[in-house]
Each structure stands twice: as structure tokens, then as C-alpha cells.
Design a protein around this ligand. Structure first.
Ligand code: OAD
Length: 235
């Protein structure tokens, strides 16, 4: 499958929906260093802390206050306007792209509303809390269900598909990501090597801004709708 646009999104696209980014000014995410919760070692050492961290994030998604913002909506409009030419590759584990109406989405870092059984390797849609007593609905074992999140040191999901899509796309766009975490941080260079046009839409300069041909600074809720209008008016 080839796409005209591959759009990488990060925490910045959901910031105006009320979901905190990872690398705020104090470098902490809700009081925790990301390394203290987002690694397999952290989970092994302190499963309750890690379950609790992701349980809170999961339940936050169910609250009425968290909704897709104008940036998510604009990307869904773009997909409607260009049918199947758009692929969103998101590092976000929220479901705001889906709720805005986007269909072609790869969650390369997993999803909050999914649970993974380490024993039978099944995945389930999950909106409740998880803990060591949670029973796997498939194999009925306890103590084996973990958040379906890619932690540091683990391989992001669907990398072959993502690599192929980046190699073949005409335009690569990065929205609301600081460009600190690989492999996503390296996508812009892969896209350029393959001849794609590259666009960055971010609040501040990212670690990768210099690699983009067109880098625009501002809020996602403003930059993304205006970029989408440009694209749709040129179709
Ligand atoms: P970061 O928190 O590192 O970066 C968020 C970026 O969004 C920053 O560059 C901000 O300037 C920008 N930003 C903030 N508010 C914005 C707004 N309203 N409009 C546009 N941009 C805005 O988040 P990510 O780059 O997504 O991985 O982090 C990448 C990965 O690191 C995450 O997926 C997560 C984390 O560790 C895992 O948990 C595996």
C-alpha cells in the first residue's frame, strides 16, 4: 500500500485536548520520570506503580473533558478529502485520532485502551483498570496482563509497514513531537532520502527541525487546519 501523505504525530497534537506531553519544562510527566514507568524493568520492579500510571491515563480518556481538537479533526477531514492516500503514524497511545474520524492509523507505541496477555499473547480492547489480579479473558491466567504500550527498549509496532510507507510517500509531515525518541525521530531523514517533501508543525523547535524543508512554529490547533486547507485547495 502506498500513501501520498505519511503523518507522524506526537504528544503535542493532543496537548490542547488536555493530555500532558512527556517532556514538559520540568522534564516530569505527572510527577514521574518517564524512565521510571515506561520500561519493562520498571514494570518488573514496581508493577503497581506502572499499572496505576497507565490506569489513570486510560480512565482520563473516558472523561468528558478529553476530546479531539481542531488538529485531529483537520487530519480526519484530510483523509475524507483524499480517500486512502493518508496514513497517520502516531506515537500517541490515546484514541483521539479515531474519535476525530481518522481511519488509517498505526499506533506505533501501542494503545491505552488495549491490554496484552504475556502468557497467551492475546490482545483485548480494555477500558477498565489493570492490575496483578486481572484475569486474561482468553487463557484465564492472572498476573499476566500488561498495558499494550511499547516501552523503552521494546520494538515499536508495525515498523515494516511504516518503513515502506515512508519510502513511498510524496510528503512526510511531523506534528507535535519533540524528535527525541527513535525510530520515529529518524523518519524525516528516511523520507528525505526517498525524495519526499517534509513538513514539520510544532510549537517549538524540535530536535529534528533542521531536517525539514518546511518547519512551521505554532499551536497544532491552528497550524494543522491551515496546512490541511492548503493541501485540500491544491487537490
Ligand atoms: P514530547 O513530550 O517529547 O514532545 C511534545 C512536543 O509537542 C514538543 O516538541 C512540544 O513543543 C510540542 N507541543 C506542545 N504543545 C503543542 C501544541 N499545542 N501544538 C503543537 N505542538 C505542541 O512528546 P513526543 O515527541 O510525542 O513514548 O514523545 C515521544 C515518545 O516519548 C512518546 O510516544 C513516549 C515518550 O517516551 C513511549 O511512551 C514509548
Amino acid at each position: 500500500m502506498s500513501y501520498d501523505y505519511v503523518i507522524l504525530t506526537g504528544a503535542g497534537i493532543s496537548a490542547e485536548s488536555g493530555i500532558k506531553t512527556f517532556r514538559d519544562a520540568d522534564g516530569l510527566w505527572e510527577g514521574h520520570r518517564i524512565e521510571d514507568v515506561a520500561t519493562p524493568e520498571a514494570f518488573e520492579a514496581n508493577p503497581d506503580l506502572v499499572y496505576d500510571f497507565y490506569n489513570k491515563r486510560r480512565s482520563q480518556l473516558l472523561s468528558d473533558e478529553i476530546k479531539p481538537n481542531a488538529a485531529h479533526m483537520a487530519l480526519a477531514e484530510l483523509e475524507k478529502g483524499c480517500s486512502d492516500k493518508i496514513l497517520i503514524v502516531t506515537q500517541n497511545v490515546d484514541n483521539l485520532h479515531e474519535r476525530a474520524g481518522s481511519k488509517n492509523i498505526i499506533h506505533m507505541h501501542g494503545e491505552l485502551q488495549s491490554a496484552w496477555c504475556k502468557s497467551c499473547d492475546s490482545r483485548e480492547v480494555w477500558t477498565e483498570s489493570l492490575d496483578l489480579l486481572t484475569e486474561c479473558p482468553r487463557c484465564q491466567k492472572r498476573g499476566v496482563m500488561r498495558p499494550d504500550i511499547v516501552w523503552f527498549g521494546e520494538m515499536p509496532y508495525r515498523m515494516d509497514e511504516i518503513d515502506q510507507a515512508i519510502k513511498k510517500c510524496k510528503t512526510f509531515v511531523s506534528i507535535g513531537t519533540s524528535g527525541n525518541v527513535y525510530p520515529a525521530a529518524g523518519f524525516v531523514r528516511d523520507a528525505r532520502i526517498s525524495g519526499a517533501h517534509t513538513v514539520e508543525l510544532n510549537l517549538d523547535e524540535s530536535q529534528q527541525s533542521g531536517a525539514f524543508v518546511d518547519a512551521r512554529l505554532g499551536k497544532a490547533s491552528e497550524l494543522v487546519p491551515s496546512w490541511v486547507t492548503e493541501v485540500l485547495s491544491g487537490i
